[in-house]
Design a protein around this ligand. Sequence first.
Ligand SMILES: [Ca+2]
Length: 727
Amino acid sequence: MRNYKFLLLLVWSLSNFRAYGQTEFYVSPFGADSNPGTLEAPFKTIQKAQGAVRQSIKRTRGDITVYLRGGTYRIDETIKFDYRDTGKKNHNTIYRAYKDEKPIISGGVQITGWVPHKDGIWKASVRGLNFRQLYVNGHRAIRSRQPNSDNFFRLKAWDMPGKRIVIGSGQISGWNNFEQVEMVVQLSWAESILRLKSFKLHGTAAGHDAYVTIQDEERDLIFPRGHPGKYNNQVFHFENAYEFLDQPGEWYLDLSANMLYFMPRPDEDMSYIDVEAPGVETLLEIKGTLDEPVRNLVFRGISFEHSTWTYPGEHGYLNMQSGQYDVKTESNGNQYVERPPAGVTITAAQNILFERNTFQHMGSTAVDLFYGTKNCRITGNIITDISGNGIAVGKFTKDKYTEAGIPYNPEDKREICTNDVVSNNIVYRTGRDYFGTHGIVAGYPAGLTIEHNIVRDIPYSGISVGYGWTLKPNAMHDNMIAYNDISNVINLLADGAGIYMLSMQPGTKIVGNHIYNITKSKWAGTSPVAGIYLDQGTSGTKEEPFILKENFIESGNRHNFHIVGEVVVDNDYFYNGQEKSKAVKDMAGLEPGYKDLESEIFNAEKVMTTKDLVFMADLKNEKEAIEKYTYYHSAEGVWPEAVHAAKVSGIEKIKIYRFGNHLVMIITVPADADMDEINRKYAESSNRIGEWGELMSALQQSPDGAEDGEIWVPMELIHDFENGVVK
Ligand SMILES: [Ca+2]
């Protein structure tokens, strides 16, 4: 009996001991932190799991995995990783989705309690929150603006002596909360966000002008600085006034009243709506020191969402280049810049892997390898709907006290981001608020590889490497930009490209990239837009040249070279049907192991983009023909062959309406559908489809005005109303 008791005690203590050496932990939004963190009884928070992992690391030799079950992990502060999260002897600490489940780490605060306000606008109280983005049912809503989306005003001139901006008098008014209104001006390659202070009307022979005074902080930065240049007719819009709320999807946050206003879009039912306001600046921070870097962390299958950044509304924001914003400017041309924050930051870290995660709905940069990173890999991720840069790597200046043109080259080389890899990511729709930012950007990296990414739909350059406009030696060398698929970038601003480079970087190569659909926006300034742009200082050395090789550029302006140093241009292909062009095209973009990401995203969007084709026809004006035709189109009377034909031809919907003997048919097909192809597939779908066609035609007659024998006549679109606007 005594022995039996002893045995029980032993088993208990062994299992207790085992809990400390645990190598697998489970977390679920529906778990509890008092649980042991097993599959059956998971923890609730990632922080709790992290604490358990740190205990376990001391007693374990092997990888430790934390499985995150699907669901939303709401956080109200940054989750921080440091050297204590590093496994022993190069073992990995892995945070990953459990099976195919979808864990979301969200810094969002859900806004509830919506009540109708007026004019189709709803409102909700938001005690003490401040934010610059809002996401409704997973889609970014529009911060109230004027003029509305995709449209802009043009300023008249910059009044340099008076430090004012001259615009049309009809473009401004004494809006409520006037000092919260922001003027977003596009200056060639970068935007400035300028908070308003006051305005005065001045009469001229041609009419009235408005002289706009902006708030002191940004006024004292923008007027002394030289670049980007201030010119007449530059493009701008206003944001953030209740009075701008006139387009479905727009929202306005009245900070003084803590009240949020929103005008829902037609498909947004306010009784069942998910409205998320971003509330945490950095969701995840991995930060070591140069002496004690964090090592061997893996993050896989996690969605990072709803990071915020409110600084531009509190100080104004002058993007100097690549999102780096002025904190000091001098009339001699000197500028001092600061780095915007990121949703996920990695600093002084080695062998960190982010694979197959999603970064979306973020308020500044998505992922930032700040400094001191080595062999970190950002691979196979989806990065979309980002306000600023998608992925940023390396310092752009030593610090905010160092003039931005001084080449960065720290004495302690461990600070330089070295041998990091950015590959097989899909980066699209970044720069949504801060236009002068990139899909992928690097300051002064060494041995950085950017390869096999898809980069598209971005207002400024797709990929940018280098800073400082210098021919002097600096931290950069041996970077590689290869086999990327880049399209529809630099689609709003100017002085950029598919791939944009700056400064001396010996041994750097741009190889095998496919760049296409690069078109200058009508809003862009006069500076060039190109496929590849080697800007100031881009060069190598005689021993280690900068090499440009076998890129395939399908766009009007292939290159813009500003070369003064050593550059070797070798076989730079463009669209002329050469076989090698096709080889480049086939090679660029995601590698086979990640192709599934592409079909998941771009096919899903394809289905959502459809067009309607509308036709009319007449039946024979006889009761029997009308009844027969109606029966043949009911669920019971229709031939299976007719249904099959519609299905295999790629038609998504067919609707037929009847009045008397008149018919109207609406066919919904994918937006890029080829009608000849659809007709061919329809006709070839079965050997009875011809018979079906003859049977139907026999019940119909050619409508008045139709060409001889034409049964179904295409109709012309004469009125198109959507979201409050006639197109
Ligand atoms: Ca508006």
